[in-house]
Structures are given as C-alpha cells and as structure tokens.
Design a protein around this ligand. Sequence first.
Ligand code: SF4
Ligand code: SF4
Length: 361
Amino acid sequence: MADTANKTLDPRLNRRGFLKGCTMAAAALGLSETVVPKMVEAATSGQRPPVIWMHFQECTGCSETLLRGAHPDLANLILDIISLDYHETVMAAAGYQAEEALHDSMKKNRGKYIMVVEGSIPTKEDGIYCKVAGKTALDSLNEVAAGAAAIIAIGACATFGGVQAASPNPTGAVGVDKLITDKPIVNIAGCPPNPVNFLGTVLHFMTFNRFPALDQLKRPKFGYGRRIHDHCERRAHFDEGRFVEQFGDEFHQAGYCLYKVGCKGPETFANCPTARFNEMGVWPVSIGHGCIGCTEPAFWDTMTPFYERIPDVNIPGTGIIEDADRLGTQILGVTAAAVGIHAAVGIGKRLIKGKSGSDES
Ligand code: SF4
Ligand code: SF4
C-alpha cells in the first residue's frame, strides 16, 4: 500500500503524512480505520479526477486555507489526489494560455471532471458585476457546469452567497445551487471551511464514486450534522450558568461559556470542536472567541450582531431570571428557543446556588 503511494505521490508528501491525511479524512467521515487502505488505493490508482476550480465573487480565503495550513501534508495530499487543471490563483499560466488550459480540460474530460466553485455568482444586471476573460460569472458557471460530473461549492460565498449576499445584496449574489439544478452538488460551507471537510468529500467521491450523505442544505452530514454547542468544551459552564459577561473579564479568563457575548454555537451545525484547525488542536471557541455561525446560510444577516445574543423574543415560561437573554426564534427556530430555556435554567441554577452561598465560582 505504502509503496504504491510513494510511487505516485509528490515527493514532498511522505508516506506518514499521506496515511495521516487519509486517516484524518476517514475519522472526519466517521468511517473506521479499515477503510483507509481503500482510500489510499483510490487516491493512488493513478486516475486522479480532473478538477476545474472557478473563482467568482470571493476573497480566495478558501483556497488559502487549503494551501497555507499549518500542516502542509494536507495541502499536498489534496493536490496529489486530484488533477488540478485550472485554478486562477495557483496556476502558472495567465491570460490566453490559462483560457486554453480551461477549455482543453473541459473538452478532454467532458462529463468526467469535478467543478469546484469558490465565490458567489452575481445575477443582477445580467451578472455584469463579475467578469473573467470577458465572460460573466453566470455564463462561465453555466458553461463549465454543463460538462461537469459533479460540483463542489466551497465556502460561504459559493454555498449560500456569502457576505456579498448580505442585505441589501446589491449584486444579486447567490450560491451555486440556486442556479444549477441538474448536477450533483455538495456544499462545503464555512468562512473559510475546514480543509478536512473538503478532503473527506473528495476522498469519499474517489473511493465510493459518490458524494457522502448530505443534509437538506447539501452539506455533508459528516462535517455539518451536529451542533457546535453539543461538542463544545465550554458546554459544562453553559449547563451550570457560568458565562463570560464581557471579553477580558475574570470569567473569560476562567474559560466560561461565551453565550452571553454572542456565541452562536447553539444555532450552528459544524464539526469545528471535533475536527479543529491547523494541527494545533484549537478552534475559535477554545481560544476565547464565540462562534459566529459561518456555516449557516445568510449568517451575515441572521447571526449579527456577532457579539450579542440575538434580541427578539422573550423566552416564555422560564421566569427564573429577569435578565436572561432573549432569543430570535423567528430566525433561528425551535432549537434556539430550547437552547435559551436551557441557558436560562443554567443561569437559574447559578442564582439559586449563589443565594444559598454554595456557588463554587
Ligand atoms: S454557547 Fe458557545 S461557548 Fe457556550 S457552550 Fe455553546 S458553543 Fe460553547
Ligand atoms: S466555530 Fe463557528 S464561526 Fe468559527 S469556523 Fe466553526 S462554524 Fe465557523
């Protein structure tokens, strides 16, 4: 297995790093380690899927997070298991040469290539707000998608429109699946997404010839099937009503829950607490910043202000504390209400403990 891998892989990517990357992807996918040899076999078969990577309205942060991670083996692994035929940011060619590479790959691999889209697509005024090589993003999307076997939308912009689609959405920006409806599409949400979720999706596609199971927003369930809040290491503080009141206070220093300073973990579905980032074993909440809900649609509108709870509706029937946070159930639904009640109960427990003088904090 390893010999085969070393024959076909970039020499920068050693066997250990390669196996580690596959093992990480298998773990993220929720698969047993026994599937790793099958993944390695698929990734080293020499039949690397051709990938055409289009950039539209975006900041290139998704590519950056893949290529500049603290763990270079991951970037190398991704680049070694696919044949990246067109990617404006990393390809050496430019201008006519780049266009030629794009059209050559589209022609040669028609019906077989994976299209990756980074960035939202403007639809107002016939899409004039984003043009590459004289074509609108809208036209390029339709042209390249027509010959694709499948499409991976990567990042908040390509999945749900991103910051460009925030109200009043001046360019009419939308995500890919609002425009393309006749191809398999997977949404790797996040701003930026965790590279492990991209890697796991690609390896799953290569190993099983299909995308992993998706949720109703087309996000792979392995990466977006659970709430941040349910796996957060600060959850015990939430349950006991121990909250940071403001950044830098003694409770912040003690690692208490960030709910009252705006953490949107209770409303957000992603694997950040378990997958973590940058080989450092950290994620935003672990280093003291609340989740801003970047894997959810329209989070720039529905999750702001980022540093406040969403003030909309009284939590009915709790009556435990008069200053318990209110939650925006119209926007966030029943889950939010349930979490609010839970938070209020936690705060209530804390007050009761405080009154009886038994509060350990
Ligand atoms: S509210 Fe945020 S910080 Fe608190 S437990 Fe939930 S995810 Fe963690
Ligand atoms: S913790 Fe929240 S805001 Fe941060 S990357 Fe994960 S989902 Fe996005």
